[in-house]
Design a protein around this ligand. Structure first.
Ligand code: SF4
Ligand code: SF4
Length: 283
């Protein structure tokens, strides 16, 4: 952590959390607290000053905090979120998708030092991008030259090989929706997958239904994915599902130039935009 030790950051988080609650404008502060396992923390809602002393900051603060803002989507008071770069991108995502109102959020930004999480190795935004108060000295942003390396290798496979790969992966899926629940881009009040009476989507964990779910999920979030890796991290069957959204992001970058989601000036998602002059030779 640039400038501050881990313990100092934790102290500052607790201090800012207490200040936020003491203002009377904030109902809860979302961060992390310890568990009975030394190498695990869990998300935590601190609602009193004493509970703020249970907030922790260490290399095991892995869960995204941003999505928890949706637990208080229509709050009477503001909700405060401890936000690293990825969490701030999650909040920007949900603000852009009009699932949250900025005036209902108090964002305690923390410059991140990387966590015990594979996705952090390729992180391009360790500094929070949107915040009300910042803890830590901003570090220089580093672009990840290998952002799409895995996808480039995958693109060398034939269509049959790719189908076989994904069919095997989705045969393992147990249709638990954990990937959807953890994803900040999956933020509809009611998910299409829960509207079982429409007949769009069954609940069975079989090849056909799993593939329909996987493809639909990828297309719903592919142009809005903030690359946080939460979908993959929470999948109990270890499906490499971030590859699907990464492939879509790579295609968007190839077609339209540099594109990242969850930045403060996030462009309109490509698949949510339509212009009369768009080429339509596929129609
Ligand atoms: S990496 Fe996964 S969880 Fe994160 S925004 Fe993208 S699809 Fe959602
Ligand atoms: S988290 Fe994994 S097992 Fe659960 S629905 Fe998503 S892909 Fe399937």
């Amino acid at each position: 952590m640039a400038g501050l030790t881990e313990a100092q950051v934790q102290d500052r988080i607790r201090e800012e959390a207490k200040k936020a609650l003491a203002s009377g404008e904030v109902s809860a502060v979302v961060g992390w607290t310890s568990t009975r396992f030394e190498d695990k923390t869990k998300p935590y809602f601190a609602e009193t000053e004493a509970e703020c002393d249970l907030l922790v900051w260490n290399k095991y603060c892995i869960n995204g905090t941003g999505k928890f803002a949706l637990d208080d989507r229509y709050p009477e008071k503001k909700i405060a979120i401890i936000a690293r770069g990825c969490d701030s991108r999650a909040l920007n995502r949900m603000l852009r998708d009009k699932q949250l109102k900025r005036e209902n959020l108090y964002i305690i930004g923390v410059v991140c030092d990387g966590k015990e999480n594979a996705v952090c190795e390729g992180c391009q935004h360790k500094n929070p991008l949107t915040y009300d108060v910042l803890i830590g000295e901003p570090v220089e942003e580093q672009m990840n030259a290998e952002r799409f390396k895995e996808i480039e290798a995958f693109e060398k496979l034939t269509p049959d090989q790719r189908y076989e790969y994904w069919a095997k992966q989705y045969d393992k899926c147990i249709h638990c929706y954990a990937c959807r629940n953890a994803c900040p881009a999956c933020n509809c009040v009611e998910c299409y997958a829960d509207q079982y009476r429409t007949g769009w989507q069954g609940k069975a964990a079989d090849r056909e239904q799993n593939q329909v779910y996987g493809l639909t999920r990828a297309f719903h979030v592919g142009d809005r994915c903030i690359e946080c890796g939460e979908c993959e991290r929470v999948c109990p069957m270890n499906l490499p599902i971030m590859r699907q959204t990464k492939k879509m992001l790579k295609d968007i970058n190839d077609l339209f130039g540099d594109y990242e989601c969850g930045l403060p000036d996030d462009a309109m998602p490509v698949l949510g935009t339509y212009k009369l002059e768009d080429p339509d030779e596929f129609m």
